[in-house]
Ligand binder design. Structure first.
Ligand SMILES: NC(=O)C1=CN([C@@H]2O[C@H](COP(=O)(O)OP(=O)(O)OC[C@H]3O[C@@H](n4cnc5c(N)ncnc54)[C@H](OP(=O)(O)O)[C@@H]3O)[C@@H](O)[C@H]2O)[C@@H](O)CC1
Ligand SMILES: Nc1ncnc2c1ncn2[C@@H]1O[C@H](COP(=O)(O)OP(=O)(O)O)[C@@H](O)[C@H]1O
Ligand SMILES: [K+]
Length: 511
């Protein structure tokens, strides 16, 4: 499954029509019927009255097909048209005339008071006003109709996209349908994962309409792959019965400073709950008393420090020859001497992979141009604020163009990037991208990023390829948090709870 732009979706549609030979009218008929099947399969329909509101374009045309088929199946359906009949064109116009010939009435929704009463008499509203063809600010009757639908607080199912939400940017200019469910056609649109989209989309369900997914390859498209449970299951590291701690590898966390004691501990604990063989935690010497016995499974090592921050000499005393991967940054702080630690780490023989998070990102920024020459696999895991720092821009700019910033940073320096956020993105040096379609506000707490760093470290140490380790870690953390939030609320889930409950979710995947 991919997150596609409007142009990509249209190219797939064009190929299906012109090359495969399913004409546009047939495709609309298939789409409408497939939506009806999905509505029934997901039990989104009621035997109370259903209103289907349609616009001028093909999204409205889909609405006419859905209405006709639901009526045939015995549902109580009303159809509303938010534009003048003469404005209909192409396949939507054809479908409208099919309704007319069937004697099915269509109500014009062009007057606010009457429309309010008309909508209020229905239990479920199906939104077919605007789809991928929407542009700019709302025009015509949509300007009052969309806010009116939202104000009625009925159950709303949007078809393809919530009307008013821009398919490419996730932008809402003035208003958009606040759907409970969005049944998107063929493939999800990239805007469903950007900006405020999750406020409007509700639960996203993908409906197969005979536009094959393989066309993304056929047409050599570059599009983010949406991470599914099947991908996560396939990426989990093998765990041979006779495996021992050497098999599962030795990783290290380098972090902590006088002000941040918990961060590296969170990372180290997450590592241990996800299959690694051995984990070393290297912290400034002053932190040793407070760390002792907090996690007896962790090999705790002290580094000489200055002013509460570790020094290069202090870290370099330790033996890294058998360490496969290092996570650098949780709780590190931002003292000047830490830049020397970053440079030393990049040149260090032994660890194949370096994960850089939090303050480590500030220390690594001036060195990024040297990454390619080292031949190491370097992974950056910024949140939007850290990404803005790395790209010398603003958070707003990053949030508007998440995919391009992640891809450009990865390709410019030959690094792997996990751009965190409500919908996290993985980008690789060769331009591939993955999107984690889930996320939880339960994670909006200090320490969540440290747990994620630990999970990534655990998987790369177990020799999971970097991009798979990144999307698997982010997916498992988000899903664990969502499951916990269902029991304890989004307010109450802590990073520690996520760490200790990861195993329940991993168990579901490996069964
Ligand atoms: N992908 C697939 O394979 C398939 C896709 N299909 C479906 O087609 C849909 C895309 O259809 P589409 O291109 O006709 O666009 P859509 O959004 O219905 O209407 C655009 C029209 O609305 C108007 N309008 C625009 N902006 C506006 C605004 N801000 N405020 C007010 N009005 C606005 C504008 O009309 P105008 O103002 O120019 O008269 C424009 O022409 C897609 O989402 C899916 O549902 C299936 O049928 C089959 C397979
Ligand atoms: N509302 C949210 N929805 C989805 N994920 C979230 C949300 N808030 C936070 N997260 C996730 O939690 C983690 C927070 O990381 P970060 O900001 O680095 O935290 P910290 O450095 O305090 O540990 C990221 O993986 C981010 O994607
Ligand atoms: K719609």
């Amino acid at each position: 499954m991919y997150a596609l732009t409007t142009a990509q979706m249209q190219a797939l549609e064009r190929y299906t029509i012109e090359t495969i030979g399913i004409d546009g009218g047939t495709l609309m008929e298939i789409a409408g019927n497939a939506v009806v099947m999905a509505l029934r399969e997901h039990e989104l329909l009621t035997h109370e009255r259903i209103a289907i509101v349609c616009g001028t374009g093909n999204n409205g045309g889909d609405g006419f097909v859905i209405a006709r088929r639901l009526i045939d199946l015995g549902y109580d359906v009303r159809i509303g048209l938010a534009v003048e009949e003469q404005q209909l064109r192409g396949d939507a116009k054809t479908q409208y005339h099919i309704l007319k010939r069937r004697g099915i009435p269509v109500t014009l929704l062009i007057e606010e008071v009457q429309t309010t009463a008309w909508l209020a008499s229905c239990a479920v509203l199906i939104d077919c006003l605007l789809g991928t063809g929407a542009s700019g600010a709302l025009r015509g009757h949509m300007t009052w109709l969309i806010p009116l639908i939202n104000a009625l607080e009925k159950m709303v199912v949007a078809i393809d996209l919530p009307s008013g939400l821009h398919a490419n940017s996730g932008e809402v200019v003035d208003a958009a349908i606040e759907a409970d469910y969005t049944l998107t056609l063929a493939q999800p649109k990239i805007g469903c994962y950007l900006q405020q989209a999750s406020h409007y989309i509700g639960e996203l369900i993908v409906v197969d309409i005979s536009v094959p997914e393989t066309l993304v390859d056929t047409l050599h498209m570059t599009a983010p792959t949406i991470v599914t449970p099947a991908l996560v299951k396939a990426a989990l590291p093998a765990r041979p019965l006779d495996g021992h701690k050497g098999t599962f590898g030795h990783g290290a966390v380098i972090g902590g400073s006088q002000h941040y004691v918990g961060a590296p501990l969170y990372s180290a604990k997450a590592v241990f709950h996800s299959g690694i063989g051995l984990i070393s935690l290297i912290v400034p010497e002053g932190l040793m008393p407070s760390m002792m016995l907090q996690a007896p499974e962790v090999l705790l090592k002290s580094a000489a420090s200055e002013d509460g921050y570790m020094t290069k000499e202090g870290v370099a005393l330790h033996d890294f020859t058998k360490i496969r991967a290092v996570a650098f940054g949780p709780g590190l702080g931002r003292a000047a001497q830490l830049q020397e630690v970053a440079a030393w780490l990049l040149a260090l023989e032994g660890p194949e992979t370096i994960i850089v998070d939090a303050d480590g990102l500030y220390m690594m920024k001036p060195l990024l141009q040297h990454v390619r020459a080292t031949g190491k696999c370097v992974i950056l895991t910024p949140h939007p604020g850290e990404m803005a720092m790395l790209c010398d821009t603003t958070i707003a700019e990053i949030e508007q163009h998440r995919f391009s910033y992640a891809r450009d940073l990865a390709q410019k320096f030959g690094v792997y990037v996990l751009l965190k956020g409500h919908r996290s993105i993985v980008a690789t040096p060769d331009g591939a991208q993955w999107l984690i379609p889930i996320g939880s506000s339960a994670l909006g707490k200090g320490g969540s990023g440290d747990v994620l760093t630990g999970l990534i470290l655990s998987f790369v140490t177990q020799r999971v390829p970097a991009e798979q380790a990144l999307y698997t870690a982010a997916y498992l953390q988000a899903e664990t948090a969502e499951k916990l939030a269902a029991q304890h609320s989004h307010y109450s889930v802590t990073p520690e709870m996520v760490v200790t409950h990861l195993g329940q979710l991993i168990a579901c995947f490996v069964k």
